[in-house]
Design a protein around this ligand. Sequence first.
Ligand code: UD1
Length: 342
Amino acid sequence: MAKKILVTGGTGYIGSHTVVELQNSGYDVIVVDDLSNSSIDVLDNIEKISGKKPAFEQFDLADATKTDEFFSRNSDISAIIHFAASKAVGESVQKPLLYYRNNLVSLMNLLDCQLKYNVANIVFSSSCTVYGQPDVLPVTEETPRKDAESPYGNTKRVNEDILSDSILAFPQLKGIALRYFNPIGAHPTALIGELPLGVPQNLVPFITQTAAGLRDELKVFGDDYDTVDGSAVRDYINVVDLAKAHVVAIERLLEGKNKKSYEIFNLGTGNGLSVLEIVNGFEKATGVKLNYKVVDRRAGDIEKIWADTTFANEELGWKAEKGTEETLLSAWNWEKKVRGIK
Ligand code: UD1
């Protein structure tokens, strides 16, 4: 019988792509999402891609009673992938309590239920934000974490600690933290993708909305960094490649291939690209000219980061495969679909 995986935040950007990849690999998926930053229609689009609509329940995992009641009805869950979280860096500075409550309490509620209902396995959605500006590049999983720049970033760091401390205390638990670099792009069908509410904070959604005419111009935050062309450098990873890594992590846990009870993997491409390289790549991939202007640096931004992917490549047996231009084109195709542009 197909194993059942709980995907929290499964109607969100990375969650929805992961649901599709899990279904394509033969898993049964149940999604829990409070729909605070996503739409129920995503489930229909997942079905159009995979041929299967995932089971779905709408509630907030920070509600301990509802979470417990959910597990009492779903004790056949084999593993959890925990995406559900608030993720806007700027908002987290304004509303720290909201961020700590949403992001920390939901993980603690899940862990309580894992212990009570014997669900051994969890994959946690972490971020390269835990490294801050590393002293040495590229960053390996052993690179020391730095103090977070925002409450959002701190919730990733503290949640990693909650997970590792819990796994240490309760040997029946096993977990993998996946530290994502910068996920971009959309499913090649253009049926699912990133749909930010309001003005996008992240680079690629801002680029595609500018190209679509929703924004007048892209602001490039800084061209005086110590990088190839002065603009800041990140490791941009295709969201479908990223989703596939979750399937590998789940299999690793379910098949007992993990070497330690708590493991960490960097998920990136291993290549750093500057903001201007992304802008040029977008123009080349799509043939659309972007209106952009260089402005001051954005507060809290780091200069450059990219992943050392050796451990993920060798130990997980996973590698990012898609090229940047293909990925940027997929983001544009998704934006066009959403806006009804031919
Ligand atoms: C941000 C968060 C990070 C989080 C990630 C989630 C910060 C400091 N970090 O990463 O914690 O995990 O999002 O996706 O906010 N840029 C522009 N113009 C724009 C938007 C962005 O030039 O309109 C530049 C930024 O300055 C940066 C790069 O593009 O150099 C990428 O920015 P973004 O997509 O926001 O990601 P991060 O800042 O790397």
